[in-house]
Write a protein that binds this ligand. Structure first.
Ligand SMILES: Cc1cc2nc3c(=O)[nH]c(=O)nc-3n(C[C@H](O)[C@H](O)[C@H](O)COP(=O)(O)OP(=O)(O)OC[C@H]3O[C@@H](n4cnc5c(N)ncnc54)[C@H](O)[C@@H]3O)c2cc1C
Length: 386
């Protein structure tokens, strides 16, 4: 898988998995790499156009089956996430939120009518989806959410606010989680429903090539069939997050790979004290340690992928992967930045952009601390946070 595949991991991929990876890498080379530095600087991204291109390739809801979805293996989906995030974490977020959060929620918990209505359009990238769990005052602790859905006759009426919602400013549909008299429930909310507004969150210093917003719900009246019939309790949104976190386990490796390849190329061409940076033992130690961590991260992602494909992946195993791979990817990005010296802080190179992006990746879909607590609970049998 490169840098420089120290463990021969490529050999453990099937021909089909390698072929999918090649196609996605080419797509990123063509559609993302030439433009992403500019998108990042401007804080804008042509997400709708990208979604349609990704849809044509079957990348949206890629690991789901039916309804226009590609039905790929978990490993192939992971490799696609890696290649997308080698372009930019924001671009991978677009695909993850669409496929693993919004589409997965409908695919797993929706009625046949909801699936028919939304999934084919979302798989094609014609409808963009968002997933609203986090609130202004409730992030790591979604069980305390205050967004409420109450019955009024057959209808539901939603009130509340969802914060930091990826894709919200351009979404046609959001899966919104709300408290009801019978616990947390999910709702499929068309974004043009009266009372729904999406405000873009600007001034982000991270994930700038991704659109993030606040969704306000003010007396939003929805028909009875807007509820996801099979989603009962908080375990439903948490299961969607497990899906998306799995993609992050792979995706973070993509950002780290791009940093490592950039630093390797830089170290071999930049000369100081009459020799390339790569000739200094301290530089080689950095490169070696980073490559070791990167390859270990791939091994971990591959193990989780094979478990997922065997139907045996457990949520706390995904926590192990998200915790380790994002933490190590961020450490790699920062270390690569040092190898590039002053150029490391320049937008002419991708390293600082990746490092900044990975700060968001460290926080969303469960912070590192929350994943430590999940693993801690598994080890000790004691929950430190519920
Ligand atoms: C760019 C971006 C995009 C996002 N997209 C989405 C999206 O599409 N949909 C969505 O629903 N959400 C989204 N989020 C929100 C994200 O999931 C939350 O930010 C995350 O869950 C953390 O919540 P918080 O920011 O409220 O932090 P808090 O929960 O307030 O946590 C702050 C700090 O306290 C720590 N902490 C909290 N509780 C504990 C504890 N019990 N023990 C130890 N430490 C603790 C945390 O680990 C963290 O370090 C996005 C966030 C970002 C930055």
């Amino acid at each position: 898988m490169s840098p420089a595949d120290l463990l021969d991991l490529d050999a453990s991929l099937t021909e089909e998995e390698r072929a999918i990876r090649t196609v996605v890498r080419q797509l990123v080379d063509d559609l993302v790499r030439p433009h992403v530095a500019g998108w990042y600087e401007a804080g804008q991204v042509p997400a709708r156009e990208l979604a349609r291109e990704f849809g044509k390739l079957g990348l949206l809801g890629m690991h789901l089956t039916g309804y226009g979805c590609a039905g790929s293996t978990a490993v192939a989906y992971g490799l696609a996430c890696l290649e997308l995030e080698a372009g930019d974490s924001g671009v991978r977020s677009l695909v993850s939120v669409q496929g693993s959060l919004a589409m997965y929620a409908i695919w797993r918990y929706g009625s046949e009518e909801q699936k028919q209505l939304w999934l084919p359009a979302m798989a094609a990238g014609e409808a963009i989806g968002a997933f609203g769990l986090t609130e202004p005052d409730h992030g790591s602790d979604p069980a305390s959410m205050v967004t409420r859905a109450r019955r009024d006759g057959d209808d539901w009426v939603l009130d509340g606010s969802k914060m930091w919602i990826t894709n919200a400013p351009i979404a046609q549909v959001a899966v919104v989680w709300a408290r009801t008299d019978s616990g947390v429930r999910g709702f499929v909310v068309p974004m043009d429903t009266p009372g729904v507004t999406a405000r873009e969150i600007t001034r982000k210093m991270s994930l700038r090539a991704s659109l993030t917003g606040e969704i306000s719900l003010d007396e939003v009246r929805l028909p009875a069939d807007a509820q996801l019939p099979d989603a009962t309790g908080l375990k439903a949104p948490l299961s969607c997050l497990t899906e998306a976190r799995y993609g992050i386990v792979w995706g973070a490796l993509g950002a780290a790979r791009d940093c490592l390849e950039t630093a390797l190329a830089y170290a071999t061409t930049r000369t100081q004290f009459g020799r390339p940076l790569a000739g200094f033992q301290l530089t080689q130690a950095k490169l070696a340690d980073m490559a070791v961590e990167w390859n270990k991260g791939c091994l971990l992602a591959l193990q989780l992928g094979r478990l997922a494909d065997g139907g045996k992946l457990r949520p706390e195993q995904v926590s192990v992967g998200k915790l380790n791979n994002v933490r190590e990817a961020l450490a790699i990005a920062r270390q690569c930045r040092t190898i590039l010296g002053a150029n490391g802080v320049s937008g002419d190179y991708p390293v600082m952009r990746h490092a900044n992006n990975l700060e968001s990746v460290l926080t969303y879909e469960g912070t590192s601390e929350i994943h430590q607590l999940v693993v801690g609970q598994r080890l000790t049998g004691v929950s430190a946070f519920t």
